[in-house]
Design a protein around this ligand. Structure first.
Ligand SMILES: *Cc1c(COP(=O)(O)O)cnc(C)c1O
Length: 404
């Protein structure tokens, strides 16, 4: 339904009436497990800074000394005069880290996804997307003009049936770790299906990078997919890496094609060089600090065990057909509540008690599956997980279904 320009206030009213109104919280502190909000210190369980690197002293000092060297603004797009040796060094480090020929930095993950999909496809082609993919992947598919098919979440059979009827170039696109569920795409099976149909596979591992794999190279490292198995790998830098930006990794020809054709690469200002240098510092911590990944997994496991005992509805960490190891867990452990208004009421109750947990509602998640998106950081302590479980138990029990 579309509202007239003169009816925006009616629209806002309707959004609020359905429990879907969004508003921002103003934070007065660095990112971390404690945030300062309206003069209070609250415990943060909703950030994507999974490894606790956003405020790490080495990352901060790399940023500061890079500002001394390069200044703040990058001055132009990468193709004009904005591509510094800081950007270039980070791209080489990311290519090495992911085991790909090359990597290309984008200013945001949203732009990387829009840029890649629309640079590779046009209306003769077809794109296949998991229905729970991130908005930027869906938007990239729509913007490309290719025939657009969604398949049921992690459902290889359903994907196969779409592929059987397709023509032109075929691109299969999936989140690696799903952003609102925290479960894993069946990557090995997806790669096999792609090969069987001469399709390409693209994985967006925004929530796996840094968090999963021996050296933190994400779900793709765990499953062991080479560049030949997985031609297009996308990662973001604003989550596990704690900084900002994103990259695409793949073959030399892919990267050169993007430089020529990806509009969201060509027509936008390059990231500040200092962000690239800060990210290079954070990449070193990602690789070296295995304890962050280990601890994060233990926190997620402790939470799941406690939540199951309390009878909360968790999302299964392992999708059907997947081949990942049983003990793999992501940092995202949502509790499904269902009703949007009730989810918001529980989240507000938690905030009063000093815990920040975000209520995720449609259209970010399917209707009827509103949830508390609990996320962990390597900086949390086990005892804080127990405190959260207690607070959740109280908040859920004291918030009946018809709460407003
Ligand atoms: C956050 C996210 C993005 C967007 O990345 P930004 O750098 O924040 O624009 C893309 N894909 C997924 C799966 C994400 O979770």
């Amino acid at each position: 339904m579309s509202y007239a320009f003169t009816d925006l206030s009616l629209q806002l009213h309707d959004i609020a009436a359905s429990g879907l109104y969004r508003s921002r919280r103003v934070i007065d502190s660095p990112q971390g497990i404690h945030l300062k909000l309206e003069g209070r210190s609250i415990l943060n369980f909703c950030s994507n800074d999974y490894l606790g690197l956003a405020n790490h002293p080495e990352v901060i000092s790399a940023f500061k000394s890079s500002v001394d060297q390069y200044g703040v603004g990058s001055g132009s797009a990468h193709l004009i005069c904005g591509h510094s040796s800081a950007h270039h060094a980070l791209e080489e480090a990311l290519a090495d880290f992911t085991g790909r020929d090359r990597a290309l930095l984008f200013s945001t993950g949203y732009m990387a996804n829009m840029g890649v999909i629309s640079a590779l496809l046009d209306k003769q082609d077809a794109v296949f997307e998991d229905r729970l993919n991130h908005a930027s992947l869906l938007d990239g598919g729509l913007m490309s003009g290719a025939r657009f098919k969604r398949y049921h979440h992690a459902d290889i059979q359903h994907l196969n049936s779409h592929l059987n009827n397709a023509a032109g170039n075929k691109l299969i696109v999936t989140d690696g770790v799903f952003s609102m569920d925290g479960d894993f795409a069946p990557l090995a099976d997806l790669s096999k299906v792609a090969k069987a149909h001469d399709a390409w596979l693209m994985v967006d591992d925004a929530h796996g990078f840094g968090v999963l794999g021996e050296k933190g190279a994400g779900l793709v490292e765990c499953v062991g997919l080479s560049q030949a198995d997985l031609p297009i790998l996308m990662g973001t830098l604003g989550k596990g890496f704690g900084t900002f930006g994103a990259f695409i990794a793949g073959s030399d020809e892919l990267i050169e094609t993007l430089i020529q054709k990806a509009r969201t690469y060509i027509f936008t200002t390059a990231l500040p060089a200092a962000v690239a240098d800060a990210t290079s510092a954070s990449l070193k911590r990602v690789i070296a600090d295995n304890w962050r990944r280990e601890h994060l997994k233990n926190l997620a496991l402790r939470f799941r065990t406690g939540a199951e005992q309390l009878g909360f509805e968790l999302v299964n960490p392992v999708s059907a057909n997947t081949d990942v190891k049983d003990d793999m867990l992501s940092a995202i452990q949502p509790i499904v509540i269902g009703d949007s208004q009730r989810t918001v009421a529980i989240s507000e109750h938690l905030l009063k008690a000093g815990y920040l947990v975000s209520a995720i509602r449609p259209p970010t998640v399917p209707k009827g599956s509103a949830r508390l998106r609990v996320t962990f950081s390597a900086l949390h302590q086990e005892q804080q997980v127990d405190q959260l479980l207690d607070a959740l138990n109280t908040a859920i029990n004291q918030t009946p279904l018809d709460a407003d």
